[in-house]
Design a protein around this ligand. Structure first.
Ligand SMILES: NC(=O)c1ccc[n+]([C@@H]2O[C@H](COP(=O)([O-])OP(=O)(O)OC[C@H]3O[C@@H](n4cnc5c(N)ncnc54)[C@H](O)[C@@H]3O)[C@@H](O)[C@H]2O)c1
Length: 436
C-alpha cells in the first residue's frame, strides 16, 4: 500500500519508517527543506535510538523516500497521515491547529484519488469534523474518509512502541476508512496487537484522557514524595508498595522534578480548554497542571537549599547532569531542567551542564549555562552536583572522581537513581526526592 506521512518530526518520521519496515511504500513529507535535504543524505534530524539504521535500510530497499512537495508525495496514496505539530496556542493554552488545518486544505486542493486521511497528530475532540469540512470546502471530488488514529509512542523507545504497541486506536464510522486502516496495520494485527475501533470523537478523546491520566499519576507520586520528606517515609518503597497492586500498576510512579516534554504539558492544557468550552470542568487535571508547574521551580529551590539557601548560593557553582525531559532523546520541549537552571541562574549561581544528546537544543533555552563536554568537566569545582535527567551515563558515575573534582561533595538526585546509604557512605551529602 502506498502511504503518505505529512510532517516528518518525532512522530511522523518514526511512524513512516516503521510503516515502511512493515512493507508499505512510504513517502515522508515535510515543509522544512533542511530537514528533508538532510534525510535524503541519511542524516537524522532528531536523536532516537535505532532510527538511523531503520531509515537507512528502508530507503535502500526502496520503500521509504522524502519530499517537500505535498502534491507529489500524496499522489496515489491510499492512506495520508497528518503528523504535524499541535503546540499550545500562545496566550490561551488551546491546541494550535493551524498546521493541521493548512495540511487539510492542501490535501483537499491537490488530491487526485480516493484516500483515507488519518489524523495522527494529537488533536482536540471535533478536529476530525473540521478536517472533513475543510477538505470538502476545497471542492475535492474524490472519496475521502477522515479517520482518527492517535499515536502513543514514547520518545526514546519510539520504534519498539510503534512496532509493539499496547493498542492501536482507530476512530471512524466509515467502512472504507476501517478497511484501509486494517490494511495499514495488518502486520501488527498478525502480531496480535489489540486494535480498538471506535468513533472519531471518542478516539480523539482517548489520547487526551490517556495523557492526562499519566500526568496525574506522576503528579500524585510527586506530592506523596513531598509528604514522605515531611514524615520520614521513603517514596520509592511507597511506589513499590502501591504499584504491586495490579489495579494501580507500577509504571509512572517515579517521583521526580515534574513532567515535561512535548506532550503532557500541552495536552493537559488543551484538554482543560476543551472541558471549559463544553462547560464540563476537569478539576483533577486542573490541580495536576498547577501542582506540576510549581514543582519545576521548587526543584530549583531544592538545589539552592543544598547550597545553604538563597543568600549563600550567590556565586556558588552547580553542575547539572541531564537536560532533556527524559533520557534517550534530544527533545528539550518543556523540560524541567529549563526551570531548574533558570531558578539557579536567577539566584546568581554559576551553572555548568552536561547532557549526552540535548545540549545543542538546550543552549538557546539557557544562555547563561555553560555546556561542558563531559559530566566530569561540568563537575569540576562544583559546590553541588544535581542529577536532573536519569541518563544511564549518570547511573554509574565514578563517585570517587566526582568527590575529587567537586569543591564540595553534595549530590542532589532529582531522579532517585542512587541509593542514599551507598552515596552517604562515601562521604557525600545526599539529597533525594522523597527519601529523607
Ligand atoms: N513527540 C511525541 O512523543 C509524540 C507522541 C505522541 C503524539 N505526538 C503528537 O504528534 C504530533 C507531532 O509531534 P512531533 O513531536 O512529531 O512534532 P515535530 O515538531 O517534531 O514535527 C512536526 C513536523 O511537521 C512539519 N510540518 C508542519 N507543518 C507542515 C506542513 N504544512 N506540511 C508539511 N510538514 C509540516 C514540521 O516542519 C515538523 O517537522 C503532535 O500533535 C504531537 O502532540 C507526539
Amino acid at each position: 500500500m502506498k502511504i503518505a506521512m505529512i510532517g516528518s518530526g518525532y512522530v511522523g518520521l518514526v511512524s513512516g519508517a516503521c510503516l515502511a519496515d512493515f512493507g508499505h511504500d512510504v513517502v515522508c513529507i515535510d515543509k522544512d527543506t533542511t530537514k528533508i535535504e538532510r534525510l535524503r543524505q541519511g542524516v537524522m534530524p532528531i536523536y532516537e535510538p535505532g532510527l538511523e539504521a531503520l531509515v537507512e535500510s528502508n530507503v535502500r530497499a526502496g520503500r521509504l523516500s522524502f519530499t517537500t512537495d505535498l502534491a507529489e508525495g500524496i499522489r496515489g496514496a491510499s492512506a495520508i497521515f497528518i503528523a504535524v505539530g499541535t503546540p499550545s496556542r500562545r496566550g490561551d493554552g488551546h491546541a494550535d491547529l493551524s498546521f493541521v488545518h493548512a495540511v487539510a486544505r492542501e490535501v483537499g486542493e491537490t488530491l487526485e484519488n480516493d484516500a483515507v486521511v488519518v489524523t495522527k497528530s494529537t488533536v482536540p475532540v471535533g478536529t476530525g469534523d473540521e478536517v472533513e469540512r475543510i477538505i470538502a470546502e476545497t471542492g475535492c471530488n474524490h472519496r475521502v474518509a477522515v479517520v482518527s488514529n492517535p499515536e502513543f509512542l514514547r520518545e526514546g523507545a519510539a520504534i519498539a512502541d510503534f512496532k509493539r504497541p499496547d493498542r492501536i486506536v482507530i476512530g471512524t464510522d466509515d467502512e472504507f476508512g476501517r478497511e484501509v486502516m486494517r490494511e495499514v496495520y495488518r502486520p501488527l494485527y498478525l502480531n496480535e496487537a489489540p486494535i480498538l475501533f471506535t468513533d472519531r470523537r471518542t478516539s480523539e478523546l482517548i489520547k487526551y484522557a490517556a495523557n492526562a491520566f499519566l500526568a496525574t499519576k506522576i503528579t500524585f507520586i510527586n506530592e506523596i514524595a513531598d509528604l514522605c520528606e515531611q514524615v520520614g517515609a521513603d517514596v520509592q518503597d511507597v511506589s513499590r508498595g502501591i504499584g504491586m497492586d495490579k489495579r494501580i500498576g507500577a509504571k509512572f510512579l517515579h517521583a521526580g522534578p515534574g513532567y515535561g516534554g512535548s506532550c503532557f504539558p500541552k495536552d493537559t492544557l488543551a484538554l482543560l480548554k476543551t472541558a471549559e468550552d463544553y462547560d464540563s470542568p476537569l478539576r483533577i487535571v486542573e490541580a495536576v497542571v498547577k501542582v506540576n508547574e510549581s514543582r519545576k521551580r521548587a526543584m530549583g529551590r531544592k538545589v539552592l537549599d543544598a547550597l545553604g539557601g538563597l543568600e549563600a548560593a550567590r556565586g556558588k557553582r552547580v553542575a547539572l547532569l541531564g537536560l532533556t525531559f527524559k533520557p534517550n532523546t534530544d527533545d528539550m520541549r518543556d523540560s524541567p531542567a529549563i526551570a531548574v537552571a533558570q531558578a539557579l541562574t536567577d539566584a546568581g549561581v554559576v551553572v555548568a551542564a552536561y547532557d549526552p544528546e540535548g545540549m545543542e537544543l538546550a543552549k538557546p533555552l539557557m544562555p547563561a549555562v555553560r555546556m561542558a563536554d563531559s559530566p566530569y568537566s561540568a563537575i569540576e569545582g562544583a559546590d553541588a552536583v544535581a542529577i536532573v535527567t536519569e541518563w544511564d551515563a549518570f547511573r554509574a558515575l565514578d563517585l570517587a572522581r566526582v568527590k575529587e573534582l567537586a569543591k564540595a561533595p553534595v549530590l542532589v538526585d532529582l531522579r532517585n537513581i542512587y541509593r542514599p546509604d551507598d552515596v552517604r557512605a562515601l562521604g557525600f551529602t545526599y539529597i533525594s526526592v522523597g527519601r529523607d
